[in-house]
Write a protein that binds this ligand. Structure first.
Ligand code: A2P
Length: 338
C-alpha cells in the first residue's frame, strides 16, 4: 500500500524534527514531501541519505498526499487543514487552531488513543506543556482520581520556533561582548531572565498558554471535574520544558506508590534518586523521547497531595514526536481517510 506523507512547515524548528523522527522510526511512508511557504520553496532539507526539495504549500498540494503533519502556525492550519481533509488527506495538526473544537480529537497516544476512532480528517496535537503533564498525570488519575492540579512551568525558547532559538543565542553573545541585547521575539530580554508571559494575555488575567493547559488537560483526560490552574514561564533554556506539578487526589497515594505507578507508565521514565543528585533536567531530556519524572514526594500541606517535577523535550514529545506517534496509531488501526 503506497503512503505519501507530507510535513507542512518542514523548515521550522518542529518540522525539521518531524523529518528526523520519521527517519529514525522508519515510518512506513513510500514517499515523504516537505512543504513550507514560498520563502523557502526550492531550498533543500536533509532526509535519509539524500535531501528533500521544499515545495510551496498551495491549495492544490494535497491531491497526492495521504497524510499531512502540520506545524506551520495556527493561520496556516486554519486555512489548509480543511482543504487537505476535503482532498482525502488525513491531517495531524500541531497548531492550536483545532484543539478545542469538540468535533476534533485532541490526542496523546499514551493517554487517550481511543479518541482517534471518531476523527473526520483532522486530529489535533496538544500544546507542548500539556502533553508532558498529562503523560505523568494519567497513571495517578487512574489510580487515585485527581481532583486538582497546580502547575508552574519553566519553558524553553525552542517552543517559540527558530527565531527565538536565534534570539537567545544572539543575546547571550551580545551580553558577553558588553553590547545592549536586542529583544524582537519576546517583549523583554530572555537571556539570563525569566518571563512569566507565554502567548497573549486574556480577559481573565491568565495567558493563553496557561488556559491551554487548563482546557486541554480536561479534554485529553476526558474529565471536566479536574481543576487545573497554571503559571507558565519562559526561561533561557534552548530545549526541554520543566514543570513543577502539585496534585491533589481523591484517594491517598504515598510517594512510594506514585513512584511505582509512574515507573510502569508508558512513555514515562522515573529519575528520582536525590541521594545521588539524580532528577530530571532539560540538558538531559533534550533529544530524548521519554517524559522524565522525579522529585516525587508527598505534599505535607494537604491530606492527599503529591508534588512532582516533570521534564521533556518540548520539540520531540511536546510536538514532533507526539504528532508522529498519533500518525503511527492511525496507520496501525487503519484509521486514515484513504
Ligand atoms: P518558511 O520557512 O518558508 O517560512 P518556526 O515555528 O520554526 O518559525 O517555523 C514555522 C514553519 O511554518 C516554517 O516551516 C515556515 O516556512 C512555515 N510557514 C509559516 N507560514 C507559512 C505559510 N503561510 N505557508 C506555508 N508555510 C508556512
Amino acid at each position: 500500500h503506497d503512503l505519501t506523507v507530507a510535513v507542512v512547515g518542514a523548515t521550522g524548528a518542529v518540522g525539521r524534527e518531524m523529518l528526523k523522527i520519521l527517519e529514525e522510526r522508519e515510518f512506513p511512508a513510500t514517499k515523504v514531501r516537505a512543504l513550507a511557504s514560498s520563502r523557502s520553496a526550492g531550498s533543500s532539507l536533509p532526509f535519509q541519505n539524500g535531501e528533500l526539495i521544499v515545495e510551496e504549500l498551495t491549495e492544490a498540494s494535497f491531491a497526492d498526499i495521504d497524510l499531512a503533519l502540520f506545524s506551520a502556525g495556527g493561520e496556516t492550519s486554519k486555512k489548509f487543514a480543511p482543504i487537505a481533509a476535503k482532498a482525502g488527506c488525513t491531517v495531524v495538526d500541531n497548531s492550536s487552531a483545532w484543539r478545542m473544537d469538540p468535533e476534533i480529537p485532541l490526542v496523546v497516544p499514551e493517554v487517550n488513543p481511543e479518541a482517534l476512532k471518531t476523527h473526520k480528517g483532522i486530529i489535533a496535537n496538544p500544546n507542548c506543556s500539556t502533553i508532558q503533564m498529562v503523560v505523568a498525570l494519567k497513571p495517578l488519575h487512574d489510580a487515585a482520581r485527581i481532583k486538582r492540579v497546580v502547575v508552574s512551568t519553566y519553558q524553553a525558547v525552542s517552543g517559540s520556533g527558530n527565531k527565538a532559538i536565534e534570539e537567545l543565542r544572539k543575546q547571550v553573545t551580545q551580553l558577553f561582548n558588553m553590547q545592549e541585547p536586542e529583544a524582537k521575539v519576546y517583549p523583554h530580554r530572555i537571556a539570563f531572565n525569566c518571563l512569566p508571559h507565554l502567548d497573549a494575555f486574556l480577559d481573565n488575567e491568565y495567558t493563553k498558554e496557561e488556559m491551554k493547559m487548563v482546557d486541554e488537560t480536561k479534554k485529553i483526560m476526558g474529565d471536566d471535574s479536574i481543576r487545573v490552574t497554571a503559571t507558565t514561564v519562559r526561561v533561557p533554556v534552548f530545549y526541554g520544558h520543566s514543570e513543577s506539578i502539585n496534585i491533589e487526589t481523591d484517594l491517598k497515594l504515598t510517594s512510594r506508590e506514585a513512584r511505582a505507578l509512574l515507573s510502569q507508565a508508558p512513555g514515562v521514565k522515573v529519575l528520582d534518586n536525590p541521594a545521588e543528585n539524580i532528577y530530571p533536567m532539560p540538558i538531559n531530556a533534550a533529544g530524548e523521547d521519554e517524559t522524565f519524572v522525579g522529585r516525587i514526594r508527598e505534599d505535607e500541606s494537604i491530606d492527599n497531595g503529591l508534588n512532582v517535577w516533570v521534564v521533556a523535550d518540548n520539540i520531540r514529545k511536546g510536538a514532533a514526536l507526539n504528532t508522529v506517534q498519533i500518525a503511527e496509531v492511525l496507520i496501525r488501526e487503519n484509521l486514515l481517510l484513504s
